[in-house]
Design a protein around this ligand. Structure first.
Ligand code: SAH
Length: 346
């Protein structure tokens, strides 16, 4: 690996100072910044409004690290999964999900994951490292380009529901979202972005303090302390009580409704007491519930509950006036569905 510096780790201000230091006007920094982010070029030679001599100078000192889509798999339902190679040869996955007139990018925030959700394939990979802001941004750009190429329309939504726990890579995820929403990047509205967390109370409070404007989703799966701990062992540390407090705080600060992601499993959370606990939890702060289909990952403890059990959830939640949607999985045939991202093809 080269010991040159990754130019995309510099802020616009730092780029401007760099040019001043080499005796050139600071606005060259803005020009280069635009090439790097808005135009996403991969080489200094593509920066045609920068002189050849200056490009050579940049080349001497910097590299442009860039992700590379190593393999692209297409599902029969249109979903596309990218295996993304990072500059140090580690791999993450990201997914393009086309639905009606929308295209959603599902992006990764870490290589592997440090959490231990028992039902998730990514949890079986240990956490290798956090992704840099540019590596997150590049996944979005790659999917935006694929959307134009294959579906003739731009990317419309982004969900941080790929590999990793976004709130355990807080600064880089927020920096990436800054670039995605900035007019100098993709200029996307934060309302079209959802960050999904397994529930890290301290970081949810930080999001609220930082007054972020994107949506928050929480992978709840159970509102009963011991049940949740049995399927998501970190719940012993980040308890439901703390999670609840952080969500109340989030709502107070942002006035933004929370989405709970919830899978119903046979014999785990398919009883009336599970439903009652969820309803109670939904009343702490305005929330809607997404009941998601379980994607089997080769573990006998977990089986999708019967449709009767799921209907019981829907009925009870609706009776309480809580919005509930039942979400079918996409991209299952290529292991691109929720909880299936585990670099199996590599
Ligand atoms: N770590 C974050 C981001 C990952 S999002 C989080 O947990 O929210 C991935 C979503 O898929 C989460 O809601 C997760 O609980 C869910 N999931 C994990 N494994 C799954 C599986 N096998 N079937 C269906 N959903 C699963």
């Amino acid at each position: 690996m080269s010991d040159k510096k990754d130019i995309r780790a510099l802020t616009k201000e730092q780029l401007r100072s760099f040019f001043e230091e080499i005796g050139q006007p600071a606005f060259r920094g803005n020009q280069v910044y635009e090439w790097l982010w808005q135009k996403s070029v991969h080489s200094f030679d593509a920066m045609t409004n920068i002189s050849k001599a200056t490009r050579a100078k940049l080349q001497e000192q910097f590299v442009i690290n860039h992700i590379k889509v190593d393999q692209l798999q297409r599902s029969s339902d249109g979903t596309i999964k990218n295996a993304v190679r990072l500059h140090d040869d580690l791999i993450v996955e990201s997914v393009l999900i086309p639905v009606k007139d929308r295209t959603t990018a599902c992006v990764s925030s870490q290589v592997g994951c440090s959490l231990d959700c028992q039902f998730c394939a990514t949890a079986r990979l240990k956490r290798m490292r956090n992704l840099n802001p540019d590596e997150i941004y590049d996944q979005v750009v790659a999917i935006h380009n694929e959307s134009l190429l294959y579906f003739n329309r731009p990317l419309t939504n982004i969900v941080f529901m790929g590999m990793g726990e976004p709130l355990m890579n807080y600064n880089n995820v927020l920096k990436a979202i800054d670039k995605i929403t900035s007019p100098e990047g993709l200029g996307m509205s934060p309302k079209r972005i959802t960050v999904s967390t397994s529930g890290v109370p301290k970081m949810i409070k930080k999001l609220a303090d930082d007054k972020v404007r994107f949506n928050l989703a929480v992978s709840l799966h159970s509102a009963i302390e011991e049940v949740r701990t049995s399927i998501m062992p970190f719940n012993a540390t980040f308890s439901l009580t703390d999670l609840r407090d952080s969500l109340i705080y989030w709502y107070k600060q942002t006035k933004s409704r929370i989405t709970y992601e919830y899978v119903v499993w046979e014999g785990i959370n398919d009883k009336p007491r599970d439903i009652e606990a969820l309803i109670k939890f939904c009343k702490f702060a305005p929330a809607k519930v997404n009941l998601i289909e379980y994607n089997p990952i080769d573990d006998e403890r977990f089986r999708q509950a019967s449709s009767r059990a799921i209907e019981a959830y829907v009925k009870a939640l609706e009776e309480e006036g809580i919005t509930v949607t039942v979400r079918r999985s996409r991209g299952k045939d290529i292991d691109a569905a929720c909880g299936q991202l585990a670099n199996k093809t590599t």
